[in-house]
Design a protein around this ligand. Structure first.
Ligand code: ADP
Length: 982
């Protein structure tokens, strides 16, 4: 069959493949070739590539033009398609017998040269756009507007080159000559024999420059802002809270520059730094900031080369690659002296940094099996990655890896140099973010004010991705017809509505009540793509995959999918959801709204955590997964996403959204799914309760929550149904609930309080070592009445949080103990404790160690203590109360008939303080232990204590280690009084 006929008979198929799922790249590559082969003239090209027309009509136009030009043009057209399309898309197409080689003479004008060399130039100029524009600008061939027009961020690098070439052609011969001259100079030249020594470093410097400019270009804009120029990373970046925990469990706050620094190092031999944080806490953005600052030489100045990788994108790399290929193909190609540049990397590992974003999104979980250490031998990507992380390959190069905490197991933990925790925004960070987002200060103020009155929303805003949504959707939020959002499902419905609204106001105005139903088709298609992606740990989709799911250009234009910021060499466009949480939300919408869903989808979704714990080889919702990927390796990455999806499913099925879903899903189906969710949650809770061990005799019945407990509680919260919350804890019969190190922030506090307030009997709630903060404390208030003890050690709480807590605590009869070791408390909170002690005559224990309380604070506390007749334990270890504070406390406690235990360790207490405490000892009938280690008491002070002990029989021990006494004195004094411990 002739080429002419092939084009006619295959017209529909050619149209489909060239549409490439919405990307114009295949068409543009074909056009490059046809121009170079002189099949098309410039006018044809302009007629075919009309920016205002949809892609498919441009393709039809091209088919018509080629068809009209005859057999030769048709065979060239088929040859061009054959050259451009990837193998999998060519299946089933026939390309005929090929075409005669194009062997024309070199043209004699520069403009024609640009046309003939166009396909090569597109590749060559891709990494040199800045340089070329610079030359064109300085020689006066281009204006600034021309440059801006070329560099619009909506264009891919290849598209930018084509705009540049088109503009040069349009400007004429001088511009074309200038560009060609520039390219000649930029062409690699043969190294001269002189100064070979300097040659290496010159090439490395050139490579560094290229890498810096490529990294800078990739990190300039935040993807959630769709690359819109007015929201560059510089404009919007807000510092998040960064912490490391050292060997002794002490937490230190870090700055951005410390991520790669020595603070918090646990294992000097390891090179991998883990940056962990929940979904949306800002890990990728932080890494992006590091990249940008490095590229500008503003941070990491000792790092000569920085190679950024995205695990999402590495998933799509199916070739076996050597380390060298990985670096050069995935990050930046050296224009010259490849071997030298690579040798430099091998020789100077301490000057190189690798970053891997989203290890939790890598298809395979970390494996510590296959050893590989050769930097030039190709191996599968997982082997390469895991050996880099372990340090078998390229020992000495620091690597920063981001991940959600759940995805990092013990086998990887062994290889970590340190773990930096990203905890999201602080309250002041939220305000600063909102102000940066809204250039109008009045609008920023309104948003901030509205957050202050809705602390649930404020709690959500600690997680940057929620903060972004809330700020972005401020109009819907402030308009607030449907009530103020309470749950993350509410917030994501807001964003859904916002995007649809944005589109429809362009065409027909405001959204109607049935907006979800109107857009159901788009939602379901995106939902299916999202769910299938989650199941297969796939977060990047090709245009082809979009097309397979029936997604049209219009669906894509809604804005939920964005072009992937592609660092790799491929020019094919890829898409990803704006954020992983949005992918989970669409997956949840699909689970809830899809009528064909099989019945087990929901129950399997809710079993994901259980599967992970028990290691069962059973696939969740599996129907589109690559069977070659082994189970154990992949579900580590899936579980957190499926949990977020389950949370959204719970939220969508709540009664609150009943009317929205009414016409999208038959009531009977919705109710069936609702019941399934409730049943799954109840089963999940029962499993936890069964895990509670029997209490040891004499000890309290206690439950140490498993990781998924908090998730189940969050699902229940999403449902916003009091009776479900009540039923969930109806059978929970414990005295102590331990939730330490569970990543509990304000959002989790809201959910915990919502459920725990229904407990039948008071519990001790232990939340030590989380990120509760002041906002979280406020969220806990609804369940304070059911807490007899509250443990909030190391939780970033300040005086303001305490003020609110104690105001409520004073009214809660059961509330008797509080532990606040290692927070940010100062003298400003002690008046509130004084008030509590005065009013609550059943309060038993107050522990305020390791805060910033001075003598003034102690005096205020003393004022309250003098009226209290219930306190048994008072801990002030590691403050600065000094002699004055000790005197005030001793004086106030003199008449206490309840005090059993007092700690003033490490408080700068001297002899005056000790003598005052001696008076307390001489009068007390209840004091059991007094802790005075690490103070500055000397012999006189101790002698006072000994005198007092002569009149006291209740005290069992006074601890005096680390005071101003010589070993001889210690020995002598302990002989005088055996109850002293030195
Ligand atoms: P993660 O990688 O932890 O899932 P991302 O870095 O993707 O989180 O953050 C999600 C979104 O939240 C970003 O696209 C951005 O809109 C916003 N965001 C996150 N961190 C910051 C930050 N430090 N400053 C400003 N916005 C941020």
């Amino acid at each position: 069959m002739s080429a002419h006929q092939l084009i006619i008979t295959q017209r529909a198929e050619l149209l489909t493949v060239l549409c490439g799922g919405g990307s114009a790249e295949p068409l543009e590559c074909v056009l490059d070739l046809l121009l170079a082969w002189e099949v098309l003239v410039w006018e044809d090209y302009l007629n075919v590539r009309v920016a205002e027309k949809p892609l498919c009509s441009n393709i039809r136009q091209l088919l018509d033009v080629v068809h009209d030009k005859g057999e030769d043009a048709c065979s060239h057209f088929l040859a061009a398609i054959n050259q451009v399309l990837p193998e999998e898309q060519k299946a089933g197409l026939c390309f005929g017998n090929g075409c005669a080689a194009v062997g024309k003479n070199r043209p004699d004008t520069a403009t024609l040269m640009l046309l003939v060399d166009r396909p090569v130039l597109v590749t060559k100029l891709r990494d040199n756009i800045d340089g070329a524009l610079n030359v064109l600008l300085t020689t006066g061939c281009f204006t600034i507007q021309d440059c801006d027009g070329v560099q619009l961020p909506v264009y891919t690098p290849s598209q930018q080159v084509r705009r540049l070439l088109d503009q040069v052609t349009f400007k004429g011969e001088t511009a074309a000559k200038t560009l060609l001259q520039y390219l000649e100079q930029a062409e690699p030249t043969k190294p001269t024999s002189e100064d070979k020594e300097n040659h290496l470093s010159a090439d490395c410097l050139l490579y560094q420059k290229k890498l810096r400019s490529s990294v800078a270009a990739q990190s300039l804009f935040l993807s959630t802002y769709g690359g819109a120029g007015h929201f560059s990373l510089d404009d919007i970046y807000t510092d998040g809270l960064l912490e490391v925990v050292d060997d002794s469990g002490e937490t230190t706050t870090l700055g951005l520059e410390d991520v790669v620094g020595p603070i918090g190092t646990l294992n000097e031999d390891a090179d991998t730094i883990l940056l962990s944080g929940e979904a949306g806490s800002g890990k990728s953005t932080l890494l992006q900031r590091l990249h940008l600052l490095w590229a500008r030489e503003a941070l990491l100045t000792n790092t000569f080369l920085l190679f950024p990788f995205s695990c999402r994108k590495l998933n799509a790399e199916h070739r076996e690659l050597s380390l060298k290929e990985l670096l050069f193909l995935h990050c930046c190609w050296p224009d010259r002296s490849q071997d030298e540049v690579f040798q430099f990397i091998l020789d100077h590992p301490h000057m190189v940094l690798f970053t891997f974003d989203g290890l939790d999104e890598f298809k395979q979980g970390f494996r510590d099996e296959e050893r590989h250490c050769c930097p030039t031998k190709p191996v599968p990507i997982p082997v390469l990655l895991f050996n880099l992380l372990q340090g078998t390959l390229m020992k000495g190069i620091l690597k920063v890896v981001t991940s959600r905490p759940q995805a990092v197991g013990p086998s990887l933990k062994r290889y970590l140099r340190k773990e930096v925790h990203l905890k999201g925004f602080s309250p002041s960070g939220i305000n600063s973010f909102v102000k940066k987002h809204h250039s109008d200060p009045a609008m920023a103020r309104r948003v901030i004010d509205s957050l202050q009155v809705n602390t649930v929303l404020l709690g959500l805003c600690h997680i940057p991705v929620f903060c972004w949504i809330v700020t972005k959707c401020h109009q819907e939020l402030l308009g607030g017809q449907d009530g103020i959002p309470q749950t993350i499902t509410d917030v994501y419905l807001l964003v859904l509505q916002h995007f649809f609204q944005r589109k429809s106001s362009l065409s027909q105005g405001a959204l109607g009540k049935a907006w979800l139903e109107e857009h159901l088709d788009t939602v379901l298609k995106l939902g299916q793509l999202a769910l299938e992606g989650l199941e297969a740990s796939c977060y990047v989709f090709s245009g082809y995959e979009l097309q397979r799911n029936g997604l049209t250009e219009q669906d894509v234009s809604m804005g939920f999918l964005i072009f992937c910021n592609d660092l790799s060499v491929t020019d094919c466009k890829h898409y990803e959801f704006l954020h992983i949480t949005l992918q989970c939300f669409f997956a949840a919408l699909y689970v809830v709204l899809n009528r064909n869903n099989n019945r087990s989808a929901i129950s399997r979704l809710f079993q994901s955590q259980h599967r992970q714990l028990s290691g069962l080889s059973q696939r969740c919702l599996g129907h589109c997964i690559d069977p070659s990927v082994e189970e154990e390796e992949s579900h580590v990455a899936e579980t957190p996403n499926l949990q977020i999806t389950a949370q959204f499913v719970s939220g969508l099925l709540s009664q609150r959204h009943h009317s929205l879903l009414l016409d999208c899903c038959p009531t009977a189906v919705r109710e069936r799914k609702f019941k399934q969710v409730v049943k799954s949650l109840s089963k999940g809770m029962q499993r936890h309760f069964k895990s509670i061990p029997r209490p040891v005799e004499g000890e309290k019945k206690s439950m140490h929550a498993m990781p998924s407990f908090v998730w189940l509680i969050k699902c229940i919260y999403e449902m916003q149904d009091k009776s479900i919350a009540q039923d969930a804890v109806a059978k929970l019969d414990v005295e102590h609930l331990k939730l330490t190190y569970c990543n509990i922030g304000p959002v989790e506090c809201t959910a915990l309080a919502y459920v725990l307030k229904h407990l039948r009997n008071p519990v001790g709630l232990q939340l030590d070592n989380n990120s509760v903060g002041d906002v979280g404390v406020e969220q806990l208030l609804p369940c304070l009445h059911i807490c007899h003890s509250l443990y909030l050690r190391n939780n970033n709480i300040s005086d303001e949080g305490i003020r609110k807590l104690l105001e409520k605590g004073a009214k809660c009869e059961s509330f008797q103990k509080i532990a606040l070791f290692n927070n940010k408390l100062t003298d400003a909170c002690t008046q509130h404790f004084a008030c509590l002690l005065k009013t609550k005559q059943n309060f038993l224990a107050l522990r305020l160690g390791n805060n910033n309380i001075t003598s003034q604070g102690a005096e205020q506390l003393a004022e309250g203590l003098s009226y209290n007749q219930s306190l048994q334990f008072l801990g002030l270890w590691g403050n600065k109360i000094g002699d004055r504070g000790a005197e005030a406390l001793a004086n106030a406690l003199k008449n206490s008939t309840t005090l059993i235990w007092l700690s003033l360790v490490d408080n700068g207490v001297g002899n005056a303080g000790a003598c005052a405490l001696a008076k307390l000892i001489s009068q007390s009938k209840t004091l059991d232990e007094l802790w005075l280690n690490k103070n500055c008491i000397s012999r006189d002070g101790v002698e006072c204590l000994i005198e007092a002990l002569k009149m006291n029989t209740s005290v069992k021990e006074i601890w005096l280690r680390g005071n101003n006494l010589s070993p001889e004195e210690e020995e002598e004094l302990s002989k005088q009084e055996s109850r002293l411990t030195f």
